[in-house]
Design a protein around this ligand. Structure first.
Ligand code: DC
Length: 216
């Protein structure tokens, strides 16, 4: 039977690390929707198109292909796993993801991917909008300090200080929570997990046990 698991939460809560492992253990596909918003943001940067230029945005959306193949993200046929994690993309992605026509296209894509196969999908609006009917919904959270510390450990080599990373994450959270279209919030029926003092393995085990208990 096809089923889906929705994982939402703020930046740096560990959603992708946890979701990847859960996907492997359950033998289902992991879909990173943040990577899709990042890929489209990368395209706008490459094409030099601003967030306010709606006409160009509409045109470019029609000509943009974003795919997941074997866990890698492709933009117009080219793998862009690395490029989408660069600072220039991270700085702009929250603004780009507030644009309604961008969300419409990516949400359509996300729903199509989940139509015929079981997935664990992470993002900001998965349980509240994209896969509203998911049987399993989780809201993964952790304190701002801990999320910033984890992100700092991950990207230390990029030259950003802990304070800069903390400020960026906080700013992104504010934008994601306060936008008009599909803001980040816990779905009423989502199960909240505060991972501040939990290891990755503990969160993974918790999710898998929860799913096994509920059954498919
Ligand atoms: O998960 P991430 O940090 O890679 O996501 C990048 C940005 O994309 C995030 O700041 C907000 C946006 N996003 C979104 O609006 N909706 C989603 N479902 C996933 C991400």
């Amino acid at each position: 039977m096809v089923y889906s698991i929705a994982v939402d939460g703020p930046a740096g809560a560990g959603k992708s690390t946890v979701s990847k492992i859960v996907a492997k253990r359950l033998g289902i596909e992991y879909i990173d929707t943040g990577a899709m918003y990042r890929a489209f943001t990368l395209k706008l940067i490459n094409e030099n198109i601003g967030a306010n230029d709606l006409e160009s945005l509409k045109n470019i959306l029609k000509k943009t292909e974003i795919d997941f193949i074997n866990g890698h993200i492709y933009l117009d046929g080219k793998s862009v796993d690395k490029e989408i994690r660069e600072n220039n993309v991270t700085e702009r992605v929250s603004d780009i993801s507030t644009i309604e026509i961008v969300r419409e296209k990516l949400v359509d894509l996300q729903r199509n991917i989940a139509k015929n196969k079981s997935v664990i999908m992470d993002g900001r609006d998965i349980g509240t909008n994209v896969l509203k009917d998911s049987k399993y919904k989780f809201y993964l959270n952790a304190s701002l300090d801990i999320r910033a510390k984890r992100r700092y450990e991950e990207i230390k080599d990029k030259g950003l200080s802990f304070e800069e990373i903390k400020k960026d994450i906080n700013l992104r959270d504010e934008k994601d929570k306060n936008r008009l279209v599909s803001p980040l919030k816990k779905a009423k029926d989502a199960h909240e997990i505060d991972s501040s003092y939990m290891s990755t393995e503990e969160v993974v085990d918790y999710i898998i046990k929860y799913i096994e208990k509920e059954g498919n």
